[in-house]
Design a protein around this ligand. Structure first.
Ligand code: GTP
Ligand code: MG
Ligand code: ZN
Length: 348
């Protein structure tokens, strides 16, 4: 029997998902709490289990936070419901692959520290990722207890986008629960993202009121973390919110994020729209509104540099991924043709 709407809503269910229930007789909705190599841990009202997956293509695989329909008799995931939001990136390393990071998230806590980790270009990347996923970002700057300058770190971050929420804290101090209260309501899903060692798991532990997740000290000399968390996990807070802890990301590479980037850099995009030439590179062209803004001090040249770098990188990543897609489709076609030819020879 399908649990009631309000029971499911406590897990993050909404009309968006309800509307997708069709004639899936006998299947029950559940949420993905952990993704394993060959199955997923799922949670649902009054129900927790390890479920297997029906055979799936790599890119249709469920990710953490997904709502799925499960056949309770054989504990197998049969369907992934269309997501309300999705975080994805280009997978690390040389593999030209997309990695899904989290689905159906309401708020992303972009976590950085008031130390060497603090980097505007990095925060902008996470903001672009959030914009692309249409998820509200809140910047959380941890380790405010280790510096006198927490307020200036916060002010610098806040300048990145109009209305951007920025909180500074000692991640071990429960005072943060109240400060993040508006984002921690029942049924809300919050993902924490950031580099290794910034205190994501420490924050989750504080928000949960436990020490359940392992944390480890960073290297003193450069504030680098030790990649203590290795998998993503979903946790239920006493307030009724759902928290997703994630492993530290070494270098966030965006893909399919053009709109997200444009939204984070609306100031530059708006200026560029006023340049005389629509393909202006903002170098030596006459009538360049971007250069004019730099010259009169209204645009920070570093910000233009970061925008152009991120845009170039994103375009390259998206192109390589599209190429790989096309190549694997072509390979599939080729393979099918070879098989058909073989079959024909056999038929002769
Ligand atoms: N003083 C201080 N230490 C903190 C704060 N937040 C985290 N730490 C410490 O920083 C270290 C790293 O914290 P973690 O929570 O493991 O960091 P993480 O972001 O989960 O790192 P990964 O799992 O590697 O991605 C631990 O020793 C924490 O106790 C803070 O606000 N103040
Ligand atoms: Mg961690
Ligand atoms: Zn220009």
């Amino acid at each position: 029997m399908i649990p009631s709407f309000s029971d499911l809503a406590a897990f993050g269910w909404s009309q968006h998902f309800q509307a997708q229930l069709g004639d899936d007789a006998g299947l029950i909705p559940a949420r993905v709490a952990i993704v394993h190599r060959n199955g997923v841990d799922i949670v649902a009202p009054g129900f927790e289990a390890r479920a297997t997956l029906r055979p799936w293509g790599e890119e249709e695989m469920p990710t953490i936070g997904d709502w799925v329909l499960v056949d309770p008799a054989i504990l197998r995931v049969e369907r992934v419901l269309t997501r309300r939001s999705l975080f994805k990136r280009k997978a690390a390393g040389t593999a030209h692959r997309i990695q899904l990071l989290a689905a159906n998230v309401d708020t992303v806590l972009v976590v950085s520290s008031c130390n060497h980790d603090f980097n505007l270009a990095r925060i902008e990347r996470y903001l672009a990722l959030a914009r692309e996923a249409e998820v509200e970002p809140v910047v959380v700057l941890t380790k405010a207890d280790t510096t006198e300058d927490a307020a200036s770190y916060a002010a610098e971050a806040a300048r990145l986008a109009a209305g951007l929420m920025v909180e500074t804290c000692d991640a071990r101090d429960p005072a943060i629960i109240e400060r993040l209260g508006p984002w921690l309501r029942p049924g809300q899903t919050i993902v924490l993202m950031g580099s290794s060692g910034v205190g994501k798991s420490t924050l989750v532990n504080t928000l949960m009121g436990t020490g359940a997740i392992a944390t480890a000290p960073i290297r003193e000399h450069d504030s680098h973390g030790r990649h203590t968390t290795t998998g993503r996990s979903l946790h239920h807070m006493a307030t009724g919110a759902w928290l997703i802890d994630t492993p530290g990301i070494r270098e966030l590479q965006l893909t399919d994020a053009q709109e997200g980037i444009a939204e984070v850099f609306t100031d530059v995009v708006d200026l560029a729209a006023r340049c005389r030439f629509h393909d202006c590179r903002h170098e030596t062209e006459p009538g360049c509104a971007v250069r004019a803004a730099i010259e009169d001090g209204t645009l920070d040249p570093d910000r233009l540099y970061r925008f152009q770098k991120l845009k170039r990188e994103e375009a390259l990543n998206s192109a390589t991924l599209a190429q790989r897609h096309a190549a694997s489709r072509a390979f599939g076609k080729h393979a099918r043709a070879v098989m058909a030819a073989k079959q024909k020879r056999r038929d002769w």
